[in-house]
Design a protein around this ligand. Structure first.
Ligand SMILES: Nc1ncnc2c1ncn2[C@@H]1O[C@H](COP(=O)(O)OP(=O)(O)OP(=O)(O)O)[C@@H](O)[C@H]1O
Ligand SMILES: [Mg+2]
Length: 336
């Protein structure tokens, strides 16, 4: 039994009994025209922005939606084949895939089809917040409200869950990638400096945060880029509080999404969440102080799940054993 988290920045695969066996960037490189797969994952990631004319390396699901459906399918197949090497290949596993929230019905069918073509006996789909909640150890089948906020690369998904299904949810196109872009815009405006998205991500991970650092020495980082005026390389210093300021408008959008889901949820479920707290999953949940920031705004306790970036894939794999409890998995299975 295999769980696949088809994330927009990272694809993860969990095999029952083995744990997470694959974590690779959601990137594919193909030959132009023939669309032959040249590389996927890490190898394709290194080619981004460095390919000669006849090859193209892309992120087929950037920003939380499937931008290129054929390439997404090819990438998914290549990753699953990678973990199904050796004798495993003949076992015809059951595969559950966690799909991005912006995915359409047609795309869902394409994902199921791709998984079948690889030789899966059964292909099931699960929504990200439900998988995240299971992976975070929440008892989702109970008639009790749980609130999960998954901050990924492309989207932030906020969901109120009860009895194995989503009661109210919202998906925002504001997550890790937008934070990186916010930071690039900030450095450009303040220092007239152009920085790359990988540099921006590194700054965010190293000194970034959602709340200003209280007391002590302010962490800083030297950032290299290209001066906008004379076009030459330049280095400037960015502080932790600079990052907080740069991310603030995006963080406010996430907070507004959380508030909206709370407002639209039945009062009994909200009361459960006030008691049990909100759980954060996804790579973006690791942004320093994000829990404290959301707690201040909602007045509800907020906790980051353990290994937040793996919650979705672990939950997807675990969900295979509890498909009978999950409303979406059941529906999906019946429908396709
Ligand atoms: N320590 C950290 N601080 C802040 N952000 C982080 C940290 N570690 C990872 N991230 C961010 O987490 C994001 C990736 O999260 P994740 O792997 O959950 O996304 P995904 O599942 O591929 O995307 P999605 O769920 O939107 O489809 C990236 O934007 C990355 O920069
Ligand atoms: Mg994700």
């Amino acid at each position: 039994m295999i769980g696949v988290d088809l994330g927009t920045t990272t694809v993860r695969i969990h095999v029952k009994g083995k744990g997470v066996v694959l974590r690779e960037p959601a990137v594919i490189a193909v030959t132009k025209g023939t669309m032959d797969v040249k590389a996927v994952g890490e190898e394709a990631y290194r080619m981004l922005g460095r390919t000669p004319g006849n090859i193209t390396a892309v992120r087929p699901m950037a920003d939380g939606v499937i931008a290129d459906y054929t390439l997404t399918e090819k990438m998914l197949k290549a990753f699953i084949r990678k973990v199904l090497q050796g004798p495993q290949r003949f076992l015809r596993p059951t595969i559950m895939v966690c799909i991005p929230s912006g995915i359409t019905e047609v795309e869902k069918r394409a994902v199921v089809q791709a998984v079948h073509e690889i030789g899966a006996r059964k292909a099931l789909l699960i929504e990200e917040p439900v998988a995240g909640a299971i992976g975070a150890g929440i008892e989702i089948a109970e008639p009790v409200g749980s609130m999960v906020v998954d901050i990924g690369g492309g989207t932030t998904d906020v969901a109120m869950i009860s009895m194995g299904g989503i009661v109210v949810s919202t998906s925002l196109r504001v997550a890790g990638n937008v934070f990186d872009r916010d930071l690039m815009a900030f450095v450009k405006a303040k220092h007239n400096l152009l920085i790359g998205d990988r540099t921006a991500e590194e700054v965010k991970r190293t000194i970034g945060g959602a709340i200003v650092t209280g007391g002590g020495e302010l962490p800083t980082m030297e950032v290299r880029g290209r001066d906008l005026i004379d076009g030459m390389p330049k280095t400037v210093e960015v502080t932790a509080d600079d990052v907080v300021a740069a991310l603030r408008p995006s963080l406010e959008k996430i907070a507004a999404g959380v508030r909206k889901v709370l407002e639209q949820s039945p009062p009994e479920l909200v009361s459960d969440v006030i008691e049990r707290g909100i759980v954060l999953t996804g790579g973006g949940a690791q942004l320093r102080g994000l829990d404290v920031y959301l707690q201040r705004i909602t007045n509800i306790p907020v906790a980051v799940a353990e290994n937040p970036e793996d919650c979705v894939v672990v939950g997807t794999s675990k969900a295979l054993d509890m498909a009978h409890l999950l409303q979406d998995a059941r529906q999906t299975y019946d429908r396709y």
